[in-house]
Design a protein around this ligand. Structure first.
Ligand code: JFZ
Length: 474
């Protein structure tokens, strides 16, 4: 009996380790898979990573109806109104003749983003509807042919760059306007038409890269259909072209499909593009998902449940508060990711008061505590219930950012082996640090009604040399 069990265990162990080894040693040769493994460490990527906090902007024709069509409100995402209300393409496209955001002021937007603490901004150059916010020479469906006439992308790039904010371009490959777009390739005709579409999108992307030299990154979307999955070669070609035109350019994993149509991660399990962009309206689990620190990633987040473009009615879902969003930002930074917070400006060019207030509240906290977020990442300390640790990538003190204050005021800190906590301070005032067991401390937070997340700086030294802790005999 014992022998059988042992043999079974051995077989199991062998089987598992053999298949794991085989997977590691013999990656399948792929033509369109990952181009490198590990994290990029060039200056452009370091800058992208240290930015940590970005502003996402969804702006297009959908901002005019704002989720309402013929008096009826559609609660699905406002930027999908054409599809939810089954509006014919010609009718939707004619919204361009109403595109005249007279109250749009790019410098005001950029100032608000700066005040909020955003270090980069990602703008929808073209969303699924196909309308282009820049005057593209490859289509007439663009701002240049609207009553507004001016190049919105140029205005935004200039204004944000003037505030020291990086600008990145969102581009939807899915295109409801273009006659050659296909969801799948089912005939020779589809294949010919879609090839024309891919050329068109390639040309547009090159146009964006060439015409806006300060663009830092490209955020692809609308790449989930079979048509794109069957043309993984194109996604790699686009990645290469963008990096040729703009050395250092950063591309998200959502662009990419490999030889077999596998997306984000190739058939060998390697991340394609420069960072993972699958975290949409969710964040990794801070305890079980720490593997995410092995590659760069970004989470994008809406303020209501699922509205990216402007929707007039925010009453049907929970609207996140500044504190909730701040917690998400800190949570993200503590796990080595970037946080991209979405705004959906109104069709007239203004930013709704809810979003302005949110930006101001986040900014107030970030001005005081931003150095615990920018340039910071995973600290390597065991997660505690009170909140999140961050640590500057360049080295330095560990930050504790406290979102859940225990009623006792005692914050548990478990130091990694070999590290001793020598001092804790809150806004310059020293807090009592009590060592209660080996590598285990209590930081004494004054008991008061905290209304904002507190940031505590920990100073550390070498390992504690003490034998006063007694292990229990069990
Ligand atoms: C897409 C768009 O359809 C949406 O309008 C918005 O632009 C958003 C940022 O991206 O929506 C998605 C894309 C991917 C997932 C979900 C919604 N996903 O991977 O779960």
């Amino acid at each position: 009996m014992m022998k059988v069990k042992q043999a079974a265990l051995a077989a199991m162990f062998l089987g598992v380790s053999l298949s794991a080894a085989a997977q590691e040693k013999q990656p399948e040769p792929l033509q369109y898979g990952a181009q490198y493994t590990g994290m990029r460490s060039d200056a452009a990527m370091d800058k992208w990573r240290s930015n940590r906090f970005g502003q996402f902007i969804h702006w297009g024709l959908y901002a005019i109806p704002g989720g309402v069509w013929n008096g009826k409100t559609y609660n699905y995402a406002a930027e999908f109104l054409k599809s939810s209300a089954k509006i014919p393409t010609a009718t939707w496209d004619s919204l361009m003749y109403q595109w005249n955001p007279q109250r749009f002021n790019a410098r005001q937007w950029a100032k608000m983003a700066k005040q909020m603490g955003a270090k980069y901004m990602t703008i929808t150059t073209k969303h699924h509807e196909g309308f282009c916010l820049w005057p593209s020479r490859y289509t007439s469906f663009h701002v240049g042919n609207t009553p507004y006439k001016k190049d919105i992308i140029r205005e935004l790039v200039d204004a944000y760059n003037a505030e020291g904010i990086d600008v990145n371009f969102y581009y939807s490959v899915l295109d409801w306007h273009h006659p050659d777009w296909r969801y799948d390739i089912k005939s020779a005709e589809d294949s010919v038409a879609f090839r024309r579409y891919l050329n068109f999108a390639y040309d547009q992307l090159k146009e964006l890269a060439v015409n806006y030299p300060t663009v830092k990154a490209f955020w692809f979307d609308g790449t989930w259909d079979n048509s794109v999955k069957k043309n993984g070669w194109w996604t790699l070609e686009v990645e290469k072209m963008l990096k040729e035109v703009r050395p250092g350019a950063i591309v998200n994993s959502r662009l990419r499909a490999d030889d077999h149509g596998k997306r984000h991660f190739d058939s060998n399990g390697r991340l394609m593009g420069d960072y993972e962009s699958g975290y949409e309206r969710r964040l990794p689990n801070p305890v079980t998902d720490l593997k995410v620190t092995k590659w760069d990633w970004e989470a994008c987040m809406t303020v209501p449940e699922n509205q990216w473009g402007y929707h007039k009615d925010w009453s049907v879902s929970h609207v996140k508060s500044p504190l909730e969003l701040l917690e998400m930002l800190v949570h993200t930074a503590s796990m080595g990711g970037n946080f991209l917070l979405n705004f959906g400006p109104v069709g007239d060019g203004t930013i709704r008061p809810e979003e302005q207030q949110l930006a101001a509240a986040i900014g107030t906290w970030m001005r005081q505590n931003g150095d615990a977020v920018y340039g910071c990442g995973y600290a390597g300390w065991e997660k505690q219930d009170w909140g999140y640790y961050t640590k500057p990538a360049a080295g330095g003190n560990v930050n504790m950012i406290v979102f859940n204050t225990p009623v006792s005021g005692l914050l548990k800190v478990k130091a990694p082996g070999g590290v001793r906590v020598t001092k804790a301070s809150l806004a310059g005032a020293t807090l009592r640090v009590e060592e209660i067991a080996k590598d285990l401390y209590l930081v004494h937070l004054p008991q008061q009604r905290w209304t904002a997340p507190q940031r505590i700086v920990l100073e550390t030294g070498g390992a504690a040399k003490t034998d006063r802790y007694q292990d229990a005999k069990t």
